[in-house]
Design a protein around this ligand. Structure first.
Ligand SMILES: [Zn+2]
Length: 134
């Protein structure tokens, strides 16, 4: 495959988004990996997350009906950091995360990445349920 074909296969136009490639915009060249060239900023953001899941990646459905499927994350090596740690996700709210693979943890540093665009839903299967503890 030529470079042109590889780029064409990855553009947002082929995925129905229509956005302009992020690397032609005002962003730092280090914003996303080179593998996302050809995607708009939004698609590059989600493609990068889809390519890099970890033990702290949380995908939920329906925190509220209008929010759709969301991606969140916490540091699995340090899920509870306590109030003296500065900025924490959701202002330090304590969540129980029940992963559908059987793992369960609590975290006071859960960060929301946002609602997953419809065109990326197949790359983000729901993997957990959340319970707000306090
Ligand atoms: Zn796009």
């Amino acid at each position: 495959m030529s470079t042109t074909e590889a780029t064409a296969a990855k553009t947002c136009r082929s995925e129905g988004c229509g956005g302009e490639p992020w690397e032609t915009g005002r962003y730092s060249p280090n914003t996303f990996p080179e593998s996302t060239h050809g995607y708009c900023f939004t698609c590059a953001f989600w493609a990068d997350h889809a390519a890099n899941p970890n033990a702290g990646t949380v995908i939920i459905e329906g925190r509220a009906p209008h929010l759709g499927r969301e991606r969140l994350e916490f540091d699995p090596a340090l899920p509870v950091i306590g109030p003296d740690h500065g900025m924490r996700g959701f202002s330090g709210a304590l969540w129980r995360v029940r992963f559908r693979d059987g793992r369960e943890t609590e975290t006071d540093n859960l960060w929301l990445q946002g609602t997953i665009p419809d065109r990326f839903l197949d790359r983000f299967p729901v993997n957990a349920d959340l319970e707000l503890l306090k």
